[in-house]
Write a protein that binds this ligand. Sequence first.
Ligand SMILES: Cc1cc2nc3c(=O)[nH]c(=O)nc-3n(C[C@H](O)[C@H](O)[C@H](O)COP(=O)(O)O)c2cc1C
Length: 206
Amino acid sequence: MHFDEEQIENLNKIYRINLINSCSGYKAANLIGTVSDKGDKNLAIFSSIVHLGSNPPLLGFFLRPTEIVPRHTYLNIKENSYYTINSVQEKFADKAHHTSAKYDRNISEFNVTEIESENINNFPAPFVKASSIKIGMKFVEEIKINYNKSRLIVGKIVQLNIDENLLTEDGFINLNDAKIATISGCDGYSFPDENIRKGYQKPKNI
Ligand SMILES: Cc1cc2nc3c(=O)[nH]c(=O)nc-3n(C[C@H](O)[C@H](O)[C@H](O)COP(=O)(O)O)c2cc1C
């Protein structure tokens, strides 16, 4: 199939959403945990978390426009500066997916989905107890993409909690051992069960 610019613009809305969300391949699945000034906990699924650098250790995620739909994750990060990023595993992927439903701000997705929250070392944002990888984040900056009014939210890793059996000697985390999810499109979940490490590459002598 071939789609040109005009055909893409004229596609049926749902078809376009599915097509454009899956054409770039598999994405990471994570739950972002936050808390408001009032103490209301929030949990939402995000598939746009990206590595921005290891030193300083930075992760970013893309936030859809806030103009029409209020984004509680964003409001809480602006109020509190701290948030958590938690892995999604097969055993609670259904519940994790449901956190994308638009609840009122005073309704916590932790309660609705019965995903248990966890306080670790008094970190000022809630972790997901069942996640094998729990990352404590501190907000650094946001970059607005004027073309479509989305935002890149940049944060620094200030705490890392990883199930010990997943961690290898050189720091690599075996995601497949914990059945950690990847997402294709907006609602396709996969659970890879193999990885082949191909090592750091150097130029060939030619
Ligand atoms: C699989 C999946 C991935 C998502 N990824 C993102 C994302 O990367 N960025 C975003 O802004 N919203 C994303 N969403 C939508 C949010 O989960 C949704 O807007 C949610 O209601 C936000 O909750 P909040 O208002 O409590 O922050 C995703 C939804 C699904 C189902």
